[in-house]
Design a protein around this ligand. Structure first.
Ligand code: ZN
Length: 284
């Protein structure tokens, strides 16, 4: 009797073991974290768009997907204008370049923006995102738009095609890997570009822009809150595409600046309402 039971029990045990092994193997994959690629490595730009995994990008703290009508476009002067000419043209677009740098300043900027229910574009550099991805996530979770400002903040006009490609594409990749979506806006460092840069930006599905109201918050003469406010108001016009930076005096000035803009009857364009497909520049 025992001699028959023993082989049977062994077979059952073996079958159970075989069924258990593959189940074990699949478990770790389910909890695999989002990997941030190292875009500095050569060949990174040849990767398939593996970062776009909508089914696995879970954003428990992310903003609720907002469906906002595309009611604005950019014109050749980089002003933001209503697509329907009878729409509200007394608007400004707010933008902050060269981050993400410091949580202190970002918190101040976000508090002022929230206080005025305003959204802005934060044009980021890839090397800074790589250092502090949590700051990029914070901006995204607060519903702010992210723009591409090149990886290294270099003068793209002086670079070869291959380097321009890397500077643009690597930022798209790291931002996508960090927040689950790619930037839809591009601003070249120093406003310096050429036709090749513009074409590559368009290929990546982004709207190319410089600005139409430079706050000049980087100039030594304006490095105080009053200086930033004064320079923005001096250049203020309907559709102003306002360039600011993640700088202490700008962060300090923002709440008062937004109050003054509202007092003058201006409202703030939501970057999501800009139709990025309507570029004023011809594609080639
Ligand atoms: Zn810059």
């Amino acid at each position: 009797m025992l001699t028959i039971i023993r082989p049977l029990a062994l077979i059952i045990a073996m079958a159970a073991l075989l069924a258990w092994i593959p189940a074990c193997r699949t478990t770790p994959a389910a909890v695999e974290p989002l990997a941030i690629p190292n875009p500095a490595a050569t060949g990174a730009q040849d990767q398939p768009p593996a970062a776009q995994q909508p089914e696995t990008v879970s954003e428990p703290n992310g903003p609720v997907q907002r469906e906002i009508a595309k009611s604005y476009k950019m014109n050749k002067n980089y002003d933001i204008v209503p697509i329907d000419p009878s729409g509200n043209g007394k608007v400004v677009l707010l933008s902050f370049d060269d981050g993400p740098k410091e949580k202190t300043q970002i918190d101040l900027l976000l508090a002022a923006l929230d206080n005025h229910k305003a959204k802005a574009i934060f044009f980021v550099n890839g090397y800074r995102v790589q250092k502090q991805p949590e700051l990029l996530k914070l901006l995204h979770e607060k519903g702010q738009a992210i723009g591409n400002h090149s990886w290294d903040h270099i003068d793209l006009k002086k670079e070869k095609a291959e380097e321009i490609d890397r500077q643009i594409k690597d930022v798209q990749q790291i931002v996508t890997a960090t927040i689950g979506e790619a930037p839809k806006f591009f601003r070249p460092p120093f406003g310096s570009s050429n036709d090749y840069v513009k074409r590559r930006v368009k290929d990546e599905g982004m709207l190319f822009m410089t600005w139409s109201n430079g706050s000049e918050d980087w100039l030594s003469t304006n490095q105080k809150p009053e200086g930033v406010i004064k320079r923005v108001l001096e250049q203020l016009h309907p559709g102003s595409n306002i360039l600011m930076h993640e700088l202490p005096w700008t962060a300090e000035a923002l709440d008062e600046l937004l109050t003054k803009l509202e007092e003058k009857g201006y409202s703030f364009v939501d970057p999501d309402s800009i139709d990025t497909a309507l570029s004023p520049f011809p594609s080639s």
